[in-house]
Ligand binder design. Structure first.
Ligand code: CA
Length: 236
């Protein structure tokens, strides 16, 4: 997998490059909008991470210049601008996701993985341990015992199972399950997770939903995983 990081701030570009490389990706870095356009035209990337504030043309113009290509890689926008306008414009111009600075590297990595997986066929049935979820029939069971979930609970569980083993922030969960991302809405995630736990975890010894301190939640089989203990680096 080859990624392009478009970021003019060297400190951030280096940090992202190193982090993504240690996660197993090949990474090129472009520090201007025009060189980013050149890179995208000359190399097949699996994903582009695009900062909006660039010294020559801005990220939205880069999007405009690359979106007419036959195959456009998924684009994740990074920006300090958190206005709804920029976000909507970026998404309208073909970006696939949007992350506002400052962000935790684990969150960036989780989103990168989701975007890279998007092109691949999604399974109709998900399974983690004895928990199964049928995406088509919208049925959930644990140890073959059917579990009734409200629609939002189902969506959260499906999202968590698709991202098994990855810490998901409340913001990520809100953005994938609700249409709007009001700040205040992130608290509602805790409420829904409580409901989910009471339905899929409480009466079983093996807990599948884990709280990841400082980030949010993760679904996986309980094991001495290092995922929750990974250091979080904040970028400003
Ligand atoms: Ca910048």
């Amino acid at each position: 997998m080859r990624l392009l990081v478009v970021e003019d701030e060297k400190r951030i570009a280096d940090f992202l490059g190193r982090g993504l490389e240690s996660a197993g990706y090949a990474v090129d870095v472009a520090s201007t909008g025009l060189s980013a356009v050149d890179h995208v035209h000359s190399t097949e990337y699996d994903l582009v991470i695009l900062d909006l504030g660039l010294p020559d043309i801005d990220g939205l113009q880069v999007l405009e210049k690359v979106r007419n290509r036959k195959t456009v890689p998924p684009i994740l926008i990074l920006s300090a601008r958190d206005s709804v306008d920029d976000r909507v414009r970026g998404l309208e111009q073909g970006a696939d996701d949007y992350l506002v600075k400052p962000f935790a590297f684990v969150e960036l990595l989780a989103r990168v993985r989701v975007l890279l997986r998007r092109g691949q066929p999604t399974p109709e049935k998900l399974q983690v341990g004895d928990l199964t979820l049928d995406c088509i029939r919208r049925k959930v069971a644990r140890a073959n015992e059917s579990i009734e979930l409200a629609p939002k609970e189902f969506s959260i569980l499906e999202y968590m199972m698709r991202n098994r083993g990855r810490p998901l922030s409340r913001t990520m969960i809100v953005e994938h399950v609700w249409d709007m991302d009001y700040d205040g809405l992130t608290n509602i995630v805790d409420v829904y997770i409580r409901h989910l736990r009471s339905k899929i975890d409480d009466k079983w010894t093996l807990k599948l939903i884990h709280t990841v301190r400082g980030i949010g939640y993760m679904l996986d089989l309980p094991e001495p995983s290092a995922a929750g203990a990974a250091p979080i680096s904040e970028l400003h």
